[in-house]
Structures are given as structure tokens and as C-alpha cells.
Design a protein around this ligand. Structure first.
Ligand code: ARG
Length: 494
């Protein structure tokens, strides 16, 4: 690793001739401080209770405990390798840390109101369990590099879990697409009927969005996956801690290269929140279509009863609460992105306590997206498609007006002219109260002599669909081959 010579100076050199650091020099140094804080030495007064309550992050950062312990175990190892801890001390601290982990896991950990955050709570408990030796663990590190390590470890797991949830939604969509491969519905622009498409093509559009969401999360993960320990409070550390070794132990491919940046960087939080905001935007668009399509006006599908609620007053109501809430929660995730961006704006280097405000938005965004994806996978799997209603809506001849223009183009008529001529046919239909498909050949020929008898076969929704047989088009052949490809791609673990 850059900046660290393989032949490390020993702590004895660092201490310039003083006695080696050994456990028999350990004394309880904080016992006569007016504050019970590990940093209380310079304080004459105890922290006010309301200040403790105002500044604590424990109510939310306890969620980081597993990552904090993992980081401490790696740090402890590095201290031992650098001969700052003896092997025995390292073992005792590691054993203590594992006991603390067990207590946290079992819910028997004795939290105190005075615990400032999860890092302090764990260290405090470690010292209760193994005595003053526990006070050696924090050598050469700060909560500033510790907390960003924890957050990076947390996010790695969170990203993995979110990707799995997302894949379940994608597989549910692919399954519906396969089961309804022959279902036609009107495609819309401006929410006006435009051209017939396959329902499977429509559903696959969302799979494409979710594939991009996965790729965005994986890309963000490359910036999450950098190991900051060894940055200290802001300037680095005096001790020859093997940062590469800690990175390896914690499965990080790289280490941070600037200590000031390392303790103040939360770009990776913003990136993940950005990716989650876009993901929620996609989910909310799908939600909106489910709400719209399940109205009596559309009737394209029915949401299963188990996913809906009724009205306390109107007995006939069945409301699409799940997609509505997902749509609503999207605003909440956008808000979290904005709150972290705003918190970071104008912060001077390096660590500032403002940074503690990164956690609640991040944790809530992760939990919200996770819950939304989990319920959506189940909902999508159970959607009841009304194929007749969709087909009926796609039958209208107006959806085929473009086909009629293309028919003329194949006879050599310039597209602009063909567009105009078919426009006149649309007008004719409106005047006569007729559907475009019910016009007789003679009527069609009033605008162009190029219409011939075969125009009738040309003008069916399925024929129109299957003519879109270019890569990315709605033709059944294209859609089926995309389903096959996506099925393989989705299951490929990132
Ligand atoms: N709880 C803090 C946070 O979440 C970490 C502690 C850093 N505190 C400090 N005084 N440097 O960011």
C-alpha cells in the first residue's frame, strides 16, 4: 500500500526511549473526572442531561453495532501486528468484543443514558468486561474514521439485500410477462391512446429500469468499498497500522488515500440515496399505473383483496393503498437525499458533528426501499390481468392510424403526405361516427388510390405489433427473446 513501508517502526521508537507499553501500566484514569465520559479529562463540569439527549446518536446508530465490532476486531489485530498490543492483550480484547457482540445480539446489552453513541457504548462495555485494558483499543483511531468505516460496512450489506429484493420484483414482472405473452393493450403517450403494444413489452420496460437501478447501486458500491481506518481523527495516525491488512480482513479492495477526505467524505451516502431515489421514482411510476389501471374507468387489472383496504364509510370501496403508499414514500426518500446533500453543503474539512445527521435519512431510506420492494414483489406476482378489457381498449382503429400511413409509405407515398392523408381519413371517421377499421375500400380510396384490398389484414393490432420486429420493438419475437435474456441477466448475481 502506498505510504506505508513494509518495515514498520516499532512503538518503542515512537515512544523515544520510554518504557514499552505493557498492560501493567494500565490504571483507571477517568474515575475522578466530573463527567463519566472517556474524553472527560479536560472538563470541569459534567455534560448537561439535555445536551446528552440532544447530541446522542445511540437511538439510531445502534444498528451499526455488528459493523463496529468487525472494525474493532480488525483494528485490534493491526495494533497487535504493530506491537502496540501484545498477542495476549489482543486476544483478551477480541474475546471481550465478541462477548459485547453477543450481548447486543441477545438484547442483554446494558445501554446507559450517558452513552453518546454506539462506538462509546461498546467501548464502555468492553472496559466493564475486561477492565482498563479495554482502554487500549482506541489507540490510533478516532470515532471519525470508525464511524465512516461502520457506515461503509453497513451499506455493503444493505446494497446486497436491496439488489436481492429488486431481483424478486424483476422476476415477478418477467413471470407476468411470460404468462400474458399474447395480451395486447394500448400504448399511451400523453396518456392518450397511441399504438397497440404487448402487455409483456410494457412490463419489461420496468425490468429495464430496475436493471439500471441495480447497476447504479453496484457502481455506487465501488465507492462505498474503500477502507478508511488509519485516518485517525483527521490527520492519520502515529502508529504503523497495516491499513492493507485491515482492508483485507474486512474485504475492502482498496483503502482511502487522504485522511482529511476520508473522515469527512459522505459522497457514497449521497450516491446510494441518489440511486435509491431513482429506484423509488421507477416504483412510483409503476404504482401510478397500477392505481390507474385498477380504476373502473380502465379496468385493466385487479389488485388482490389482500393488498387493498376498504372505506370506513363507503361500503363498496376497495382502495389500492399499497401502490399509493409506495408512490407516497417516494417523496420521503427524495427528502432524505436532499437532507443529506444540504447537510454536507458548505461543511469545512474535516469531520464536523453535522455528519451525524447522515444516518437517520440513510437508514430510513434503506428501510423504506427495502419494504416497498418486498411488498411489490408479492403484489406483482398476484396481479390479476383483465386481458379482455385491455384487448377491447386496443381494438379502436385510431390506434392503427400510423399503420395506415406506413401502408401508404410502402406504396411509395412520402411519409409526410401519407400522414396528412390518413389525418383526413380520421376526420372522415369523426364526421361519419365510424371506426377507422370500418371504412370501406372505396372510402379509403377517396384520399388515396394506393389503398388496396390487402389493407384489411394490415390493419389488425397484432399485425401492427408484429411489424415492430426491430431490436427493442414490441413484436412478440423481440419480446420473447428479451424475456429469455433478462431472465438470465436478472439471476446473475452482481
Ligand atoms: N456519533 C458520531 C457520528 O455519528 C460519531 C462521533 C464523532 N464524534 C466526535 N466528537 N468526533 O458521526
Amino acid at each position: 500500500m502506498s505510504g506505508q513501508s513494509p518495515k514498520r517502526s516499532s512503538p518503542l521508537q515512537l515512544r523515544r526511549g520510554k518504557a514499552p507499553i505493557t498492560s501493567n501500566r494500565v490504571t483507571a484514569v477517568t474515575s475522578n473526572s466530573p463527567t463519566n465520559k472517556p474524553w472527560g479529562g479536560r472538563f470541569r463540569e459534567a455534560t448537561r442531561r439535555e445536551v446528552e439527549q440532544f447530541t446522542t446518536s445511540l437511538p439510531f446508530d445502534w444498528q451499526l453495532y455488528e459493523y463496529d465490532i468487525q472494525g474493532s476486531l480488525a483494528h485490534c489485530q493491526a495494533l497487535a501486528q504493530a506491537h502496540i498490543l501484545t498477542r495476549k492483550e489482543c486476544q483478551a480484547i477480541s474475546r471481550g468484543l465478541k462477548q459485547v457482540r453477543q450481548e447486543l445480539h441477545d438484547g442483554t446489552f446494558p445501554f446507559l443514558e450517558s452513552d453518546e453513541d454506539i462506538h462509546m457504548a461498546i467501548e464502555r462495555r468492553l472496559r466493564e468486561l475486561i477492565g482498563p485494558l479495554g482502554g487500549k483499543l482506541h489507540t490510533g483511531r478516532s470515532r471519525n474514521d470508525q464511524v465512516t468505516l461502520d457506515l461503509r460496512l453497513y451499506l455493503r450489506d444493505a446494497i446486497q439485500a436491496l439488489i436481492q429484493r429488486l431481483e424478486a420484483v424483476e422476476l415477478a414482472l418477467l413471470d407476468q410477462a411470460k404468462r400474458h405473452i399474447d395480451v395486447i393493450l394500448p400504448g399511451y403517450t400523453h396518456l392518450q391512446r397511441a399504438q397497440p403494444v404487448l402487455l409483456a413489452h410494457h412490463l419489461l420496460a420496468y425490468v429495464e429500469m430496475f436493471e439500471r437501478d441495480k447497476a447504479r447501486l453496484c457502481d455506487a458500491r465501488t465507492r462505498v468499498n474503500v477502507m478508511p481506518l488509519g485516518s485517525g481523527a483527521l490527520a492519520g495516525t502515529n502508529y504503523p497500522l497495516d491499513r492493507q491488512m485491515m482492508a483485507q480482513r474486512l474485504h475492502f479492495p482498496d483503502v482511502t488515500r487522504n485522511s482529511l477526505d476520508a473522515v469527512s467524505d459522505r459522497d457514497y451516502v449521497v450516491e446510494v440515496l441518489g440511486a435509491l431515489s431513482i429506484l423509488m421514482m421507477h416504483l412510483s411510476r409503476l404504482s401510478e399505473e397500477l392505481v390507474l389501471w385498477s380504476t373502473q374507468e380502465f379496468g385493466f387489472l385487479e389488485l388482490p383483496d389482500g393488498f387493498c383496504t376498504g372505506s370506513s364509510m363507503m361500503p363498496q370501496k376497495k382502495n389500492p393503498d399499497v401502490p399509493e403508499l409506495v408512490r407516497g414514500k417516494t417523496g420521503r426518500v427524495y427528502g432524505h437525499l436532499l437532507s443529506v446533500l444540504t447537510m454536507l453543503k458548505g461543511l469545512p474539512l474535516s469531520y464536523n458533528r453535522d455528519l451525524q445527521e447522515d444516518k437517520e435519512p440513510l437508514f430510513d431510506a434503506v428501510a423504506t426501499v427495502h419494504a416497498s420492494l418486498a411488498i411489490f414483489a408479492e403484489l406483482v406476482r398476484r396481479l390479476r390481468i383483465n386481458r379482455e378489457k385491455m384487448a377491447e381498449a386496443a381494438e379502436s382503429g385510431e390506434l392503427l392510424a400510423t399503420e395506415l400511413a406506413d401502408y401508404l409509405v410502402l406504396q411509395g407515398v412520402p411519409f409526410r403526405e401519407a400522414h396528412h392523408l390518413v389525418g383526413r381519413l380520421v376526420q372522415l371517421c369523426q364526421d361519419k361516427g365510424k371506426d377507422l377499421r370500418d371504412l370501406t375500400l372505396a372510402e379509403l380510396q377517396t384520399v388515396s388510390p394506393y389503398f388496396e384490398a390487402d389493407v384489411a389484414e394490415w390493419l389488425t393490432p397484432m399485425a401492427a405489433i408484429n411489424r415492430k420486429n426491430q431490436l427493442g420493438g414490441t413484436a412478440r419475437k423481440q419480446v420473447e427473446s428479451r424475456i429469455r435474456l433478462l431472465q438470465k441477466q436478472v439471476k446473475r448475481t452482481f
